[in-house]
Design a binder for this molecule. Structure first.
Ligand code: AMP
Ligand code: ZN
Length: 870
């Protein structure tokens, strides 16, 4: 088998030659025409490199196009450069290029190029020469180290074979080092040809060769088959692997230039790679991240490790996880990101890496700008922010997002606003342990048989509706205002008893009751005022003044009439009037905050919420009536002191209610006592027993829901059971913004979820004062602060523990206390309620008011209003 010698001269005078198979060596090739009789030694082949590189012989696979490769000619320098072609008909000839797959990428491998570095041609170099011929590889021979490097830099051979037998010409190791010093040698396999050892000598170690950069050692053997076997082993092993690795470079190039932030971690979350977009987004240099475990990153980034815990359940099964969360940038700010985490299955079918692809949440763009702007000015400030607890920062963040959007001249669309609320909701509740549990079960359901999935559905049902949520009291806030508010509002009997009995206020003066008014008797100015009751901006303080601190009775008459409460209860307006008056009279006008104006304010907010489309569509009339009654009575006989105070004082009520939800239990119980003890004001007297029982239960549940120790429980349940399932349906359905689909209605209308909606509604109504107009918001802040100050005064006077030391009238910063209250209790709750009920006006006020308190705080102003200009 073989090919005929092929020698011809091109027009340019290049001599093309093909050595005969019969010939044993390139030397023995035939002589040439054109009057230039020459042996192969005297011929040059014009290859790309051969023109300029002395001492290089090139040899080329024959099956490639002849006109693109020329055989031999003598160059002016008299050096040797040979190019030949292998024979396609050769028994072992290979196709010119092969296709390789690396993952989903298909790459074409060009014929392998081999560089022989042999100072002198001999049977060994010839054997490699012919082995290349047989394998279909291109081959160059270089005579000197310099020409070897030059030729390699030109051709980037996959295999380099260096003659290491004759040290009189050159040492193999320095030549290898020379080549390895070039960047492109990274993927080259370098073979050292070493002499045979005499039988009695020990085989030398291969280590010096490896250290010099060689990949393998070949003990001299000048049979073509031995060389051929060596070459194809290298090709099948290392060359193919290297070829695939080289293809990875294109993937890395893509990653380096792509605009999305990419992070690759090991299976145990050690960061292995981040691209420049990631560095830019997070503000870290890759050197600060690579090699670090996610949990080693600054405190707040544990968020991510926590989140990964949750996500692991999903991705550990090889599934992808997508979602939105906040990530901490180096400068201390948070950024809201869309994140997709994909597990990469590797060796042994196991997960070997996680690839996270992140981009800023679209609504976050303005925030990102803000962050970069802040970053320019950030100094110690951002450092200290970094130390604070993540939930606090998260809340700050939420407010920042909104304040930025509202600062912009183009008001954010309703859709964007709701989307960003939802995003915050996702990030907010993902941290709750119960949410992790629900996520895990959800993920398990996907791969479970129907029976198991159904069983898990029931488990989820139980988890969503039973009392498994614990208030987040464990984390210690570093801000004293938040600390005091949390301690003061969210604990009952946790403080040490002082032994000083608080004398519960009994100064209710029935004599203050005036003649009942009817809605028709209401003075025109008040009637006119009440007509505006359906607007959020309704001014309850004007009503308070106009009614001589009887706003609850007047507003109650109006609102109860609008909702048909008397018809539902089957009672007369006169009974309702008496009832409203009794209830109002049992509020303490002496309290600066917890008086009947606060009750009227909560009633107003409740009625406003009840008119919202989604709320209306979720509740029936019994729910509405219960909500209005609950709002009216929810703080009745409030002593102007907190639960903690009553527990510390060992008050009668605290003892009666075992230090548990003392005030709320009292409000609910007293409301029913006051109602049923006198038929004149018993609005329930004509109700059918079972109907009364359900109504009563509903009212009690709502009043108890105003207790702050279970604040996070109620909000989390609402988000998990209502916001999230509804958002999921919204995403699935092609319904346009605002419209409801059947599935959503079924979520809203289930009895369990109606309960959650009612609780959330009264909770929001109860603390809606930061969402009122700025003037009202300031007034309420003044009133609650005064009430807290009075409590602190009394605690000091009585030698009791001071429940909220920051609320000391001599030192308190009211703006700071409002900022803490908003960040800790209000933002997330109203985000969730807004996502459900759609309350753009309220959210706008909240944002404005928050900015107002912030601006006062920045001015170091501690009072309700900025100092008058000098
Ligand atoms: P309630 O006692 O039913 O009105 O429950 C609401 C809780 O939130 C009370 O403990 C109030 O003291 C508290 N609260 C309401 N508004 C504010 C505010 N603007 N600043 C601080 N605390 C507030
Ligand atoms: Zn209240």
């Amino acid at each position: 088998m073989g090919c005929a010698p092929s020698i011809h001269v091109s027009q340019s005078g290049v001599i093309y030659c093909r050595d005969s198979d019969e010939s044993n060596s390139p030397h023995q090739t035939t002589t040439i025409s054109q009057g230039t009789a020459a042996t192969l030694h005297g011929l040059f082949i014009k290859t790309d490199a051969a023109d300029s590189i002395p001492s290089v012989i090139a040899y080329q696979s024959r099956h490639t196009r002849t006109n693109s490769h020329r055989d031999r000619r003598e160059n002016s320098g008299g050096h040797i450069c040979i190019e030949a072609e292998t024979q396609t008909s050769h028994s072992s000839v290979k196709v010119s290029s092969t296709e390789e797959c690396i993952g989903p990428m298909r790459v074409t491998q060009e014929p392998i190029q081999v560089l022989l570095v042999f100072a002198k041609e001999d049977s060994q170099s010839d054997a490699f020469w012919w082995a290349c011929d047989r394998a279909g590889f291109r081959c160059n021979i270089a005579r000197t180290p310099e020409s070897a490097v030059e030729c390699f830099l030109d051709k980037h051979h996959e295999i380099i074979i260096i003659d290491g037998r004759h040290s009189r010409y050159f040492e193999a190791e320095p030549v290898c080092r020379l080549i390895r010093a070039t960047k492109s040698s990274e993927h080259a396999i370098i073979l050292a040809v070493v002499p045979h050892m005499p039988q009695d000598q020990e085989e030398p170690s291969v280590l010096p060769l490896l250290n010099a950069g060689f990949s393998r050692r070949f003990v001299e053997n000048s049979t073509v088959s031995a060389c051929y076997n060596e070459l194809i082993q290298i090709e099948h092993g290392e060359v193919r692997s290297q070829f695939k690795l080289r293809a990875c470079n294109s993937v890395f190039t893509a990653l380096e230039h792509c605009q999305e932030a990419v992070e690759i971690t090991s299976e145990d979350h050690v960061i292995q790679y981040v691209n420049p977009a990631f560095e830019k987004m997070m503000g870290y240099h890759k050197g600060e991240l690579i090699g670090k475990e996610l949990t080693e990153l600054p405190k707040s980034d544990k968020n991510r490790a926590d989140l990964l815990d949750t996500i692991n359940t999903c991705i550990k099964k090889g599934k992808e996880w997508q979602g939105i969360y906040y990530a901490r940038r180096k400068c201390g700010d948070s950024i809201q990101q869309h994140v997709k985490i994909t597990p990469v299955i590797g060796q042994g079918g196991k997960i070997r890496h996680f690839v996270s692809i992140k981009r800023p949440h679209s609504d976050n763009n303005k925030q990102v700008h803000k962050i970069s702007r802040d970053e320019r000015y950030s100094g110690d400030n951002s450092q200290s922010e970094c130390q604070s607890l993540r939930h606090k920062d998260r809340r700050k963040e939420s407010v920042d997002v909104r304040s930025i959007s509202s600062r912009s001249s183009d008001a954010p669309s309703l859709q964007n606003r709701r989307y960003s609320s939802m995003a915050r909701i996702h990030s907010m509740t993902i941290e709750a342990p119960i949410t992790k549990v629900i996520n895990i079960i959800n993920a398990a359901q996907e791969s479970s048989p129907v029976t198991v999935a159904e069983a898990l559905d029931r488990v989820l049902e139980i988890l969503r509706t039973t009392e498994l949520y614990s208030p987040q009291l464990a984390s210690k806030e570093d801000d004293p205002h938040t600390n005091d508010l949390v301690g003061g509002l969210m604990s009952d009997g946790l403080r040490k008893l002082s032994g000083n009995e608080y004398v519960f206020s009994k100064n209710i003066s029935q004599g203050q009751l005036t003649m009942p008014v009817t809605l028709n008797d209401v003075p025109p100015s008040i009637a006119e005022m009440l007509d505006g009751e359906d607007h959020w901006e309704f001014n309850i303080l004007e009503l308070e003044a106009a009614t001589h601190k009887r706003p609850l009775t007047y507003l109650g008459l109006k609102i109860f009439a609008r909702f048909g409460v008397c018809e539902f209860l089957n009672c007369t307006e006169a009974v309702l009037r008496s009832w409203l008056q009794v209830i109002e009279a049992n509020y303490h006008a002496s309290n600066s905050y917890h008086n009947s104006t606060h009750a009227a304010d909560v009633l107003h907010a409740t009625a406003y919420f009840l008119r919202k489309e989604r709320v209306k569509g979720s509740l029936d009339q019994q729910d509405e009536v219960a909500a209005l009654i609950a709002a009216t009575v929810h703080d009745v006989d409030h002593p102007g002191r907190t639960n903690s105070f009553l527990c510390n004082a060992g008050s009668e009520l605290a003892i009666l209610y075992n230090d548990t939800a003392v005030l709320e239990s009292h409000h609910a119980a007293l409301a029913f006592q006051l109602t049923v003890r006198d038929s004149k004001c018993n609005i329930f007297k004509n109700m059918e027993r079972t109907q009364f029982r359900t109504l009563r239960q509903s009212i009690i549940d709502m009043v108890l829901a105003t207790e702050m120790t279970r604040h996070f429980e109620h909000v989390n349940k609402f988000v998990n059971s209502i916001n999230k399932p509804m958002a999921a349906m919204e995403e699935c359905s092609s319904n346009s913004e605002g419209s409801d689909c059947e599935g959503q209605a079924s979520i809203r209308n289930s009895p369990e979820n109606r309960l959650l909606i009612k609780r959330m509604m009264i909770k929001c109504a109860d603390v809606a004062n930061p969402c009122r107009t700025l003037e009202l918001c300031i007034e309420w802040a003044g009133r609650i602060s005064e009430e807290y100050f009075a409590q602190t005064d009394e605690e000091k006077r009585q030698g009791m523990p001071v429940v909220m030391p920051v609320f000391d009238r001599n030192t308190c910063s009211i703006p700071k206390s409002q900022i803490s209250f908003i960040e800790y209790f209000i933002t997330d709750m109203f985000d969730a309620w807004d996502a459900f009920a759609s309350l753009p006006g309220l959210m706008e006020h909240l944002s404005e008011n928050y900015k107002y308190w912030k601006s006062l705080d920045e001015m170091k102003c501690k009072s309700l209003r900025p100092p008058p200009p000098p």
